[in-house]
Design a binder for this molecule. Structure first.
Ligand SMILES: C[S@@+](CC[C@H](N)C(=O)[O-])C[C@H]1O[C@@H](n2cnc3c(N)ncnc32)[C@H](O)[C@@H]1O
Length: 390
């Protein structure tokens, strides 16, 4: 994990409490021993971030429902589907997937596996019950159909609960879970987990997750986790407002392409201040070209373009639109991956300024400006705290 400053401090505090006079090496040996298992679990729970929500990222979920789940259910012809929520935290994502499956008309035998490194999170996940406040994002009809009061909480109905199973799993450990039957998962969700990983762990995990899918199966990452190096096993499927990664070998290309193609969704650039018509036209043309270059970089990631080509295109895009915060964020990720953290921080910070000053235009298929702001601030803070810690 790439720990942020607060996470490092929290870990230091926990370690100081727990070492109880042992040297770090002695404490490490203790953690690795059978009697140290409980301490290790406590440490893990102190470091991980468990933030989650029911129906988290509705924009992405709407595209998932329309462009991934509905066609899959149609193709499956009654076959039960196998879903995996990797890094499921306290179960909200598992519950969401169970509801989406039920609403999609998938076979009632379909299942969702939830795994997480944190046993404490999984203990809560297993109940699949939530406070009424947590249900606020669940559409009213869905809430009425699938939840029952249980004490002060609302529990998912048993018909859905029994399709879920939970298991402790560290994404750093192989082998990865498999469905009970032969083959892999139809869909793997791994959202808001890899964002905390180092670049190496990120790539290793994505390749292993791709391997867990059946051919044609879909990997769903969060929209703040674009892949700059898409492993050969995956292709990118872009929809109106999201992107998904499809394991090669299962679908013909026309089945993969979303009904609303990229051409239909390219933004109409708006001049940001009153300008003379010729000037406005020139800015509009520059923005269109900048967005095309940005789209090329995203496409290049799936077709294996080199880091040098991606950097060149992102810099060209930014010379046309210096406030293209999405391109700047991507450039930051690329520089970080190329072990240029100081350069990366500069890009994250510049993207933040463009966003904070309202100069950045929203870009399709990517994070909306407020989420991009959070992603840039998080990335810059993480790198700055790492360099401060050294
Ligand atoms: C921020 S939560 C995301 C929960 C859910 N996927 C979502 O998007 O709402 C991240 C989860 O990843 C888990 N996690 C972190 N590192 C992990 C690892 N190496 N293996 C498995 N789970 C991990 C954490 O315990 C935490 O519950």
């Amino acid at each position: 994990m790439a720990l942020s400053g607060p996470q490092i401090r929290r870990l230091d505090d926990r370690l100081a409490e727990r070492c109880r006079g042992l040297t770090p090496h002695q404490y490490l040996a203790f953690l690795k021993s059978p009697t140290g298992a409980a301490d290790l679990e406590g440490l893990i729970s102190a470091v991980v971030v468990n933030k989650t929500d029911l129906f988290r990222d509705e924009v992405q979920l709407n595209d998932f429902r329309e462009h991934v789940l509905a066609p899959l259910v149609a193709r499956a012809g009654g076959r039960p589907l196998r879903l995996w929520s990797a890094g499921c935290s306290t179960g909200e994502e598992v519950a969401t997937l169970l509801m989406l499956l039920a609403e999609s008309g998938a076979s009632p035998g379909s299942t969702v596996l939830g795994t997480d490194i944190s046993e404490a999170a999984l203990r809560r996940a297993c109940s699949l019950s939530f406070t009424p406040e947590q249900l606020r994002r669940v559409p009213a009809g869905t809430r009425e159909r699938y939840f029952m009061p249980k004490g002060s909480r609302m529990a998912l109905v048993s018909a859905l609960r029994e399709r879920a199973s939970f298991q402790v799993h560290n994404l750093m450990d192989t082998p990865y879970p498999r469905p009970a039957e032969e083959g892999g998962f139809d869909i793997v969700f791994c959202r808001n987990v890899l964002i905390y990983f180092t670049v190496e762990s990120f790539h290793r995990t994505v390749a292993a997750l791709a391997d867990s899918l059946v051919p044609g199966g879909t990997l769903v990452l969060s929209s703040s986790e674009p892949l700059l190096q898409v492993p050969p096993a995956l292709t990118v499927m872009r929809t109106t407002s999201a992107f998904f990664h499809v394991r090669v070998g299962g679908l013909r290309s026309q089945e993969r392409s979303a009904p609303s193609g990229r051409e239909d969704t390219s933004p109409t650039p708006e001049p940001r201040s009153p300008e003379a018509p010729a000037q406005a036209w020139a800015s509009a043309a520059a923005f269109t070209e900048a967005d095309l270059l940005f789209a090329c970089v995203l496409d290049g990631a799936s077709s294996g373009a080199s880091d040098a080509v991606a950097e060149r295109d992102l810099r060209r895009c930014l010379s046309l639109d210096p406030d293209h915060a999405a391109a700047r964020y991507l450039l930051g990720l690329l520089l970080e991956q190329c072990r240029r953290p100081l350069d990366a921080v500069v890009e994250y910070r510049r993207a933040l300024v463009s966003l904070e000053e309202g100069r950045s235009r929203p870009v399709p298929f990517f994070l909306n400006p407020s989420r991009l702001k959070v992603a840039c601030a998080h990335a810059a803070g993480r790198l700055e705290s790492l360099s401060g810690a050294r």
